[in-house]
Ligand binder design. Structure first.
Ligand code: FAD
Length: 458
């Protein structure tokens, strides 16, 4: 690939569905019907005669489901992901709002860093607030409306290969076994995907697995919401290591069912908010007054906790031996510290990679190396942002990349300037939203602007 990663990311962010479907594949099989699988299926509906989504959960079950245990936790949709959804499903915003999703334009989002309220970037991209099941349900509804997409409720158990080509997956449902055949198989089985084992069983290499321990403890609670149309619908507060707090951050969002959903996170041995009393006390004592006001509302139900051990990526792009007819998307390829809210936006960009790859008229009898090369750019972006922030955590001990001390000093300056300086905050938000490459922050102009802003703020 000759273009710079920044250009590739910009091109992926600009990918649009073709005006007319132009099939280059007969049948595509997507294993996993969550956000990444559904978005891949949406893209494939333009390039395949037919698409089948295989998931072990019944697609018609609404709300929480066993295949996505994280679904009950707070999920933020980054503005970058929201833009992609609007492009794939024109009118997504109106439909979402009609089903209760809450508008979250820049003025309705409050962002605190170490207790200081950040400036609002007036022209920042838009977003929505709501539950993860609402968002996933909306995406599913629109994908399943496509005439050439169908679903099969079954557990995939292995690959079917013919020489150097993957030709389908083995499936099992209610004791019966079968095969779903296709010209392209998409692994969207999430972070516990078994594709690596399946490749090895079929005589191929498994991709290198990289992990960074984050040891994150999440706690989520629901509160009654009195205001039908609150002024702020998405409120986030992050603590850096300087705060010497055992709570790394908290957030609360308006939900479609007239409630607030609040989250609190800590690392390592810090498990804040496990009981209702602890949750409420910490919101009051460790966060800006808006959090205290939230905590004054009635808590509904129990606090739900979740533990997230590590960020991990599987480097399919580095495999020397790879069968044709196979790609992998979403958390199955890379899943990150959820505090940064990157997962669904990264999945949308993986779908854009699939679109760009299929539009380029690839030789489908050869491994999808071009797809994995595009996807590597997206994974590198999300990985570098989440792991470089995590390296600053006291309990994380590397591996530190070369030049880490200098780059972490520079990023502290930039992050600090986002509190007061609109141009720095605008650039930073674009990067955090995955709309712009992190290299756009690594310029002398940005650093000088941040240093000046920090001096003014002092
Ligand atoms: C606590 C937490 C909070 C998060 N918060 C955010 C956030 O704020 N914003 C954000 O963008 N992202 C967030 N994420 C990440 C987000 O949940 C994922 O990135 C997103 O769901 C996309 O994942 P996926 O579709 O790749 O996999 P998953 O959502 O994990 O889905 C995998 C699917 O594969 C199916 N499956 C698995 N194995 C098989 C099999 N053998 N056969 C058939 N089907 C199978 C499962 O049933 C499931 O439907 C968070 C994650 C966690 C853990």
């Amino acid at each position: 690939m000759s273009s710079s990663p920044a250009r590739v990311l910009a091109a992926l962010n600009a990918v649009r569905p073709p005006d007319q479907p132009s099939p280059v594949i007969g049948r595509a099989v997507v294993v996993g019907g969550s956000v990444a699988g559904l978005l891949a299926a949406r893209v494939l509906s333009d390039y395949a005669e037919s698409v089948v989504i295989v998931d072990r959960d019944d697609p018609h079950v609404t709300g929480g489901r066993p295949g996505v245990p994280q679904g009950s936790q707070l999920h933020a949709l980054l503005p970058g992901g929201f833009l992609q959804l609007e492009r794939l499903f024109p009118g997504f915003r109106e439909r979402a709002v009609a089903q209760g999703a809450i508008e979250a334009p820049p003025a309705a989002r409050r962002n605190y860093l170490d207790g200081r309220l950040k400036v609002v970037v007036p022209d920042d991209a838009d977003s929505l607030a709501g539950t993860r099941p609402l968002l996933e349900g909306l995406i599913r509804e629109q994908v399943l409306r496509l005439p050439n997409v169908k679903t099969v409720t079954a557990r995939a158990t292995g690959l079917v290969c013919d020489g150097g080509v993957v030709t389908g997956v083995h499936c099992e449902a209610g004791g019966a076994t079968g095969v779903e055949s296709g010209d392209l198989v998409v692994d969207a089985m999430g972070r516990s995907s078994r594709l690596s084992e399946w490749l090895e069983q079929a005589g191929w290499d498994r991709p290198a697995l990289r992990r960074m321990t984050v040891d994150l403890n999440y706690a989520t609670a629901l509160f009654r919401r009195r205001e039908a149309a609150p002024e702020a619908t998405v409120v986030l507060a992050l603590h850096t290591a300087r705060m010497s707090s055992d709570v790394a951050g908290a957030a609360f969002f308006a939900r479609e069912d007239g409630r607030w959903m609040a989250m609190m996170a800590g690392y390592g041995a810090n498990r804040p908010g496990r009981t209702a009393d602890d949750f409420v006390r910490r919101l009051r004592e460790q966060f800006p007054p808006e959090f205290g006001a939230l905590a004054a509302n009635e808590m509904l139900g129990e606090v739900q906790t979740y533990r997230h051990a590590d960020s991990r990526r599987r480097d399919f792009h580095g495999l020397r031996r790879l069968p044709a007819g196979l790609v992998s998307v979403g958390d199955a390829v890379a899943s990150f510290n959820p505090v940064y809210g990157q997962g669904m936006t990264a999945a949308a960009l993986h779908a854009a990679c699939l679109s760009a790859y299929l539009r380029s008229g690839p030789d489908l009898g050869a491994p999808a190396r071009r797809f994995f090369a595009l996807q590597k750019v997206v994974v590198d972006v999300a990985w570098s942002m989440s792991t470089s922030a995590d390296l600053a955590l006291p309990h994380v001990d590397g591996p530190y990349p070369r030049g880490y001390r200098l780059s972490s000093w520079a990023s502290r300056q930039i992050v600090s300037a986002t509190v007061t300086d609109v141009p720095t905050a605008r650039r930073f938000n674009e990067v955090v939203s995955m709309l712009a490459h992190p290299s756009s922050l690594a310029t002398p102009g940005v650093l000088l602007g941040a240093l000046r802003a920090n001096r003014r703020a002092r």
